[in-house]
Design a protein. Structure first.
Lengths: 132, 98
């Protein structure tokens, strides 16, 4: 019985952590847009993700999807630039991967692009370099 | 029925405990979301500006050239980090003034 409770607690914890991260991201995006620091309104949510991009910590619904609200067609270089901001931010990407995300997806009205997180942040490599 | 009540009570207390933990963790948070948002829009533009200013070929003096090589490497490393680029910009401006 205890095992089931622990599983339930873990599940709830993950859901809360993910919800929290996504809401903080959305809040900061909204704030940046309202204050004029950025000219794109972004909204993040959790999606199904891509099975090909799985890593050892992936969970169900493993896509971190960012939706660009006010653009219909987002060009590839612009999307790549946005993705690289996240993927080059080691702390953020590692946190995303630790709570079970494995794919980063950027979409606007008619365009959709995705990236594999583990390709940019090798968790094992990070652990080894820390030990050294 | 008793079991359902037990589970519901457990879930309720777990959520409460985790929420408390989450609030504590928020204070320790290191991820700068504002920086991420600003980087989306401004980092590449600023990177382009800085890389033009600090290109080593612009300098003839050996000391300046070494500084330019070092700082342009740093600019390239922080290409997508607006906050770091701003810091580098102030360093570059101060150096060029002198």
């Amino acid at each position: 019985m205890n095992r089931y409770f622990r599983f339930l607690a873990d599940f709830i914890s993950d859901v809360l952590e993910r919800r929290d991260l996504v809401s903080r991201f959305n809040e900061s995006a909204k704030h940046a847009y309202y204050s004029g620091n950025t000219n794109r309104l972004l909204k993040a949510h959790t999606s199904t993700g891509k099975r090909l991009y799985k890593h050892s910590m992936s969970r169900l619904r493993s896509g971190f999807r960012i939706r660009v609200m006010d653009v219909d067609v987002l060009k590839q270089p612009d999307a790549t630039e946005m993705a690289m901001v996240i993927l080059e931010n080691g702390a953020f990407t590692r946190q995303l991967m630790a709570i079970g995300y494995d794919s980063l997806e950027i979409e606007s009205g008619y365009s959709f692009y995705d990236w594999q997180m583990s390709k940019y942040q090798d968790l094992q490599k990070f652990a080894l370099s820390n030990n050294n | 029925m008793k079991l359902i009540i037990k589970i519901a009570r457990y879930v309720y207390h777990t959520i409460k405990r985790l929420e408390k933990k989450r609030k504590l963790n928020l204070k320790k948070e290191t991820i700068d979301f504002d920086n991420i948002q600003q980087s989306f829009n401004n980092a590449t533009r600023l990177h382009r500006e800085l890389i033009v200013v600090t290109h080593p070929d612009r300098f003839t003096d050996e000391k300046q050239k070494v500084f330019a090589t070092d700082i342009s490497a740093q600019v390239n490393t922080n290409k997508y980090n607006y906050k770091e680029l701003i810091k580098l910009q102030t360093i570059i401006n101060n150096h060029l003034k002198n």
